[in-house]
Design a protein around this ligand. Structure first.
Ligand SMILES: [Zn+2]
Length: 196
């Protein structure tokens, strides 16, 4: 199986990440709520779901236009339980490096992290069970190296008018995770679903 997956079906994608169909439906429902709140208020929102039952751990958290502090959810996690973190993005952008740092720092308590983004996009990242995980600085280094390696191609494409800057930034971030996720023992999934 490839480490980087594309799909049009979130439930199927979450199944590949090891979540039951019932829990996947909870993720889809909660994500839909976060997306609607994001659209209405113009700020990011976050939820934390029990990975076995799909229940929300605590009330949703409200962030700013560009981030959401998930500390209160992280503090409320019960030792020995596993969780799925879900948060909204204002655009169709994938994970930031800081989003993945949280997954990394709290693995295995957080087993998967999900971004519900604009234009029907979802992104799912899970640490592969049983894999050796690298120090976070290795993840940062890999991210920076991939950025440096890939950025030029995107800048040239903008220069030549083959893409516009916003689209290039979106695709650059996706390309970075596609490039490095497998080597870092992450399973990365991009889902372009119809908005429900
Ligand atoms: Zn984020």
């Amino acid at each position: 199986m490839s480490d980087v997956l594309r799909s049009r079906d979130l439930i199927e994608a979450l199944g590949i990440h090891g979540l039951s169909a019932d829990v996947a439906r909870c993720v889809e429902e909660v994500g839909g709520e976060l997306r609607a709140m994001q659209t209405e208020h113009g700020v990011e929102f976050a939820a934390m779901l029990d990975a076995r039952t799909g229940a929300s751990l605590a009330p949703y958290l409200r962030g700013t236009a560009t981030s959401v502090i998930t500390e209160p959810h992280l503090r409320s996690m019960v030792p020995g339980r596993e969780y799925v973190q879900v948060h909204s993005h204002p655009t169709a952008t994938t994970f930031s490096i800081d989003d993945i740092a949280i997954l990394f720092d709290y693995y295995p308590s957080i087993r998967s992290t999900v971004v519900v983004a604009a234009e029907g996009w979802w992104y799912v990242m899970s640490a592969k069970p049983g894999a050796d995980h690298y120090p976070m600085r290795t993840v940062y280094q890999a991210y920076r190296r991939a950025w440096e390696h890939l950025e030029l191609g995107f800048l040239v494409a903008i220069d030549e008018g083959r893409t516009i800057e916003n689209a290039a930034a979106l695709n650059l971030h996706r390309a970075i995770w596609r490039t490095i996720a497998g080597d870092l023992s992450f399973l990365y999934h991009e889902v372009e679903a119809d908005i429900k």
